[in-house]
Design a protein around this ligand. Structure first.
Ligand SMILES: [Zn+2]
Length: 252
């Protein structure tokens, strides 16, 4: 069966002399692995369209017997040109693609697909000074639609309410904020009131993006990456996330 589907490219891998194995996110078929025969040939029918984060319409011959399908065509809607020129934008967007590969399967998930496409575009389109908070917001939103949103308003263990405007402990393994009583003996990150408010703003789309200086942006990246490693990806290796987490460190 051949299906035509909107798709965004999550990863590409050279296969043999002339082909590529491409991972696609789609709304109705989840994450698909497809073989693009001849894609590495100089005059391939795919041209230069099969790049990570390219968006388009994929024509896929679905295999009934195996998990590797065949890509018969890809009509490009958008090449990620502006993304690939900027390491901060590109590393955040590839970290999102990597997360979708790690967590999503072949089940339909239109919301994950549309969130990924929208948030990659918002990272691409954000003003240069806004890239660090825009990237944090984009990745937190993806985490939420993947089903792993952290709890921020009440202790994730006993439900005790934790009034806004106060410092709080954040437990990556626990999945959100924890009260002082529950924090005892647990490996938690202390969030001063301001960092907690910034985290809140990052996770609420209607709120203005917080202004984060480089040190605070780096602290938020560490918190997010730790949360993902422990709570979301459960030990999967995430080199793109790691790169995004540490980028900028050597520039200071
Ligand atoms: Zn508690």
């Amino acid at each position: 069966m051949i299906v035509t589907t909107p798709a965004i490219i999550l990863s590409t891998l050279r296969y043999g002399e002339t082909s590529k194995i491409v991972r696609l996110a789609t709304p109705e078929h989840g994450v698909l692995s497809v073989m693009a025969k001849g894609a590495s040939r100089p005059r391939s029918r795919f041209g230069a369209s099969l790049q990570v984060l390219s968006v388009g319409q994929a024509h896929v011959l679905l295999s009934r017997r195996r998990d590797l399908h065949t890509l018969t065509g890809f009509e490009l809607a958008a090449l990620p040109v502006k993304l690939t020129e900027d390491v901060a934008r590109f590393s955040a967007a590839t970290a999102m693609a990597e997360l979708v590969i790690a967590v999503s399967g072949a089940e339909p998930n239109p919301v994950v697909f549309s969130t990924l496409v929208e948030e990659v575009a918002s990272i691409e389109g954000s003003a240069p000074g806004d890239v660090p908070p825009a990237a944090l917001r984009a990745i937190w939103r993806l985490i939420a639609v993947l089903g792993f949103a952290p709890t921020l308003d009440a202790c994730v263990i006993d439900g005790r309410s934790l009034p806004a405007g106060t410092a709080v402990a954040f437990g990556a393994s626990e999945g959100g904020v924890v009260c002082d009583g529950c924090a005892k003996g647990r490996d938690v990150t202390r969030l001063p009131a301001e960092a907690r408010a910034d985290l809140h703003r990052l996770m609420h789309h209607a709120a203005p993006l917080p202004a984060l200086d480089p040190l605070h942006a780096a602290a938020h990246r560490r918190l997010l990456a730790r949360y993902v490693r422990i709570h979301v990806a459960e030990g999967a290796r995430l080199p793109a996330l790691e790169f995004w987490e540490t980028q900028g460190r050597e520039r200071r």
